[in-house]
Ligand binder design. Structure first.
Ligand SMILES: NC(=O)c1ccc[n+]([C@@H]2O[C@H](COP(=O)([O-])OP(=O)(O)OC[C@H]3O[C@@H](n4cnc5c(N)ncnc54)[C@H](OP(=O)(O)O)[C@@H]3O)[C@@H](O)[C@H]2O)c1
Length: 268
C-alpha cells in the first residue's frame, strides 16, 4: 500500500506529511510536488518524492503509478476555471494510473443553491463520483487565518475591534487539526465513499473573540460595529456558510478541536 499527498509542500500538505510520519512507515508515503527543490526535507525523512504538476497530465500519470491511496489537496490557483481544469487532470490521471482510493479536500457545508465560492469543490466532487474511483470527501471548514485581516493586533493596542455590522458566527479550524484528522483517515479503514465536514462542533462570535483578546492582552477589548468598513473578507464571509457545525473533525481526531484562544495566538 502507498499513500500519496499532492500539494505536500504547502501549508496543509506539509502538516499532513508530518502527522503521517507518526502513523505509518515513511516508505509507504509519497509526496507529490511541483517544486522538488522544496521537498528535500521529505527525502531526508525517508519519504519518496515524485514530481507532479496539475497542469501537466503526463507528469501526474507517471507520479500516480503504483499509488493505492491518493489525497488531492485542492489547487491554490486563483482562477477557479484553471483550478477545475487542474482537478480534472488529477482525477483523469488517477483513473489512468489505477488509483484505488481518491480523497479530496473541499469546503465545508456546501449550499444547495449555486454559490460561486463552492463551485470548484462541488464540481470536483462530482467529477470524482463520475470517475467511479472510491472516494472520501474531506470538506474543510474555514481556516482560522481569516482573523489575520480583522485587525486583532491593532485592537489589542487601541482596546477596540471594529467589525462590519451583522449577526456573525464563525466555524473556523486550524490546519493542524485538519492535518491530524486527514492523516487518521489516510491510515485507518472505514472511510471509503464517506463525506466528512471537517468543522468545529461550536461556532464563535465577536463577543467571544473580544473576550479572548482581553484575556490575552490583559486589558478590556470591546468591538464596535462600523458599516463604513470596506474589506473583501466580509463580502467573502457573507457568501459562505460559517455557522453550521459538525462533530466529524473531533470524532476523527479523537480529541477536542483547538480552542479559539490557542487558534488565534499566531495572529496576535
Ligand atoms: N478552508 C479554507 O479556509 C481554505 C483557505 C484557503 C485555501 N484553501 C484551499 O486549501 C488548499 C490547501 O491550503 P494550503 O494552506 O496548504 O495552501 P498552500 O500553502 O498555498 O499550498 C498549496 C499547495 O498546492 C501546490 N500546487 C499549487 N499549484 C500546483 C500545481 N499546478 N501542481 C502541483 N501542485 C500545485 C503548491 O505547490 P508549491 O509548493 O509548489 O507552490 C502547494 O504545495 C489551497 O490550495 C486551497 O485550495 C482552503
Amino acid at each position: 500500500m502507498s499513500i500519496m499527498v499532492t500539494g505536500a509542500t504547502g501549508q496543509l500538505g506539509s502538516l499532513i506529511m508530518e502527522k503521517l510520519e507518526k502513523y505509518v512507515p515513511a516508505s509507504q508515503v509519497i509526496a507529490c510536488v511541483r517544486q522538488p527543490e522544496k521537498a528535500v526535507n521529505f527525502l531526508e525523512k525517508g519519504f519518496e518524492v515524485r514530481f507532479g504538476d496539475y497542469d501537466q497530465l503526463d507528469t501526474l500519470i507517471e507520479a500516480f503509478t503504483g499509488v493505492t491511496t491518493l489525497l488531492l489537496i485542492s489547487s491554490s490557483h486563483t482562477d477557479d476555471k484553471i483550478r477545475l481544469q487542474q482537478h480534472a487532470q488529477v482525477i483523469h490521471a488517477a483513473k489512468k494510473a489505477n488509483v484505488k482510493h481518491l480523497l479530496y479536500t473541499g469546503f465545508a457545508f456546501p449550499p444547495k443553491g449555486p454559490i460561486p465560492s463552492y463551485h470548484v469543490h462541488l464540481l470536483t466532487e462530482q467529477m470524482i463520483l463520475e470517475s467511479g474511483i472510491d472516494y472520501t470527501f474531506l470538506r474543510n471548514a474555514l481556516y482560522i487565518d481569516f482573523v489575520g485581516v480583522l485587525g486583532l493586533k491593532e485592537a489589542m493596542e487601541s482596546g477596540e475591534l471594529p467589525t462590519y455590522p451583522g449577526n456573525w458566527q464563525f466555524n473556523s479550524v486550524t490546519r493542524e487539526d485538519l492535518a491530524l484528522a486527514t492523516a487518521k483517515v489516510l491510515t485507518t479503514n472505514g472511510h471509503m465513499n464517506q463525506v466528512y465536514e471537517l468543522a468545529a462542533p461550536n461556532v464563535w462570535d465577536f463577543n467571544e473573540l473580544v473576550d479572548v483578546l482581553s484575556e490575552l492582552s490583559g486589558k478590556k477589548i470591546t468591538f464596535r460595529q462600523d458599516s463604513s468598513i470596506q474589506h473583501w473578507i466580509y463580502s467573502f464571509l457573507a457568501k459562505i456558510d460559517t455557522a453550521s457545525t459538525s462533530k466529524d473533525l473531533e470524532r476523527l481526531m479523537e480529541r477536542p478541536v483547538t480552542t479559539l484562544r490557542e487558534s488565534i495566538k499566531p495572529f496576535v
